[in-house]
Ligand binder design. Structure first.
Ligand code: DP6
Length: 411
């Protein structure tokens, strides 16, 4: 049985969401502080489908900072983990010196234990670092009693992580200051703003692991004139336009701009030397499918310009597609994906997440898609929607660390 002195004095568990950029972050002006060369804008995905859960505990009985990810102990000496810890402790010290009463007078000298896990398979190649570092920052802030802006803490873990600190639609303002104080995430619109918006993640069967974002963007900054032009001349007006599309809930404009920004990001990857390519043959077939699906509806549905884009894709530093559409189009698009990429029975359920009712495709649409089916090249689809920011879990049963400060055995 645990002795009283072994009890952690503070234990907090929080969850944080994944985000997907519709104006992409690619390139740093400061590698150490993780300051970007352009602003970016993202959609926060719902935590019912994708989230990180993190428990942090501090106790005077802990002898070192330790971390467990998905049940396995990892090296807390990792520079980015260290940067997050250092930042949060600095903010806690600052808060205390600013004269706030400290509820935990000794806590700053205490060591921390952290356990973190995802509710989605890491093997799927879905970027988990944004949710992971946002959750770490948010949880540590609760433990150390920090209530200031956490952008700089999350950002030091992974740039895109600062956008996972809020729900709905979020911008990361690049800022101009060399110390990064003005490089912060801000909510553009809350998750309730656009209830019809749906998100489909098409998890592509990938053979090899692509080059990581950190190394990839570094080479791009060093070698791509196109990236420099994008960051300086194209992104600023695009940020304003994307914000307007979202405020007005204009799916046509939102979808078109989202696809163009994804394509431009991948163009800068190809302009990088040596070139980087994140898209696979399946990714390119998905792009074609989306354009043909849209073209078909552009002709049939009343033919005005406003019906041109029913569905929009975006791709990050890997082959998986994230697709945006509205609730009235989800079922038909999922049927189109099933038609073009018939599931191979590999034990995985093909459709996960929000329920989507099965529908039959018209012969006209099948003909318009005009693709030879490629069985098995999409492993599964996760259907989700826009969601809220990080949450504190009050139920002590949710803690990933036991009273001894070690990971609870998996249930
Ligand atoms: C293509 O945030 O993973 O997903 O700051 O080096 O950790 P680091 O990179 P990261 O890069 C994300 C790149 C992207 C686009 C985006 O999310 O904006």
């Amino acid at each position: 049985s645990a002795m009283a002195s072994e009890k952690p004095i503070v234990v907090v568990t929080c969850t944080a969401p994944v985000n997907i950029a519709v104006v992409k972050y690619w390139g740093k002006r400061d590698e150490e502080l993780i300051l970007p060369i352009n602003s970016s804008l993202s959609v926060t995905l719902h935590q019912d489908q994708l989230k990180t859960t993190t428990t942090a505990a501090i106790s005077r009985d802990f002898t070192e900072d330790r971390i467990w990810l998905n049940g396995r102990e990892e090296d807390m000496g990792h520079p980015r983990l260290q940067a997050c810890l250092r930042e949060i402790r600095r903010l806690a010290r600052k808060r205390r010196s600013d004269g706030h009463e400290d509820p935990l007078p000794l806590s700053l000298s205490y060591k921390v234990h952290v356990a973190s896990e995802n509710n989605f398979p890491t093997a799927a190649g879905l970027a988990s670092s944004a949710a992971g570092y946002a959750c770490l920052a948010y949880t540590l802030a609760r433990v150390y009693g920090v209530d200031s802006d956490l952008s700089e803490v999350a950002r030091r873990g992974s740039g895109s992580a600062c956008r996972s600190l809020y729900g709905g639609f979020v911008e990361w303002q690049m800022g101009e200051r060399p110390d990064g104080k003005d490089s912060v995430a801000r909510q553009v619109a809350p998750e309730s703003h656009w209830p019809e918006l749906r998100v489909l993640i098409l998890v592509v069967s990938a053979k090899r692991k692509p080059m990581g974002s950190t190394a990839g963007m570094q080479t791009s900054v060093e070698t791509s004139a196109l990236l420099k032009f994008r960051a300086e001349a194209l992104v600023p007006p695009r940020m304003a336009e994307m914000t307007r599309c979202i405020r007005e809930r204009n799916f046509q404009a939102f979808g078109q701009l989202t696809m163009k920004d994804s394509n431009q990001f991948h163009a800068t990857c190809l302009d990088t030397f040596p070139p980087i390519s994140y898209l696979s043959d399946t990714s390119r077939r998905i792009i074609q499918l989306v354009h043909r699906f849209n073209a078909h509806h552009g002709q049939t549905k009343a033919a005005h310009l406003t019906a041109r884009f029913q569905v929009a894709y975006t791709f990050d530093a890997g082959p998986n597609a994230v697709v945006f559409t509205l609730d009235d189009t989800v079922a038909e698009f999922v049927a189109a994906v099933r038609h073009s990429f018939p599931p191979e029975s590999n034990g995985d359920k093909f459709l996960k997440g929000l329920p989507v009712e099965p529908v039959l495709l018209s012969d006209e649409l099948k003909a318009a898609l005009g693709m030879d089916p490629v069985p098995g090249s999409i492993r599964y689809i996760i259907a989700t929607q826009v969601g809220p920011g990080p949450q504190v879990l009050d139920d002590p049963g949710a803690h990933l660390l036991g009273p001894d400060g070690l990971p609870k055995p998996a249930a």
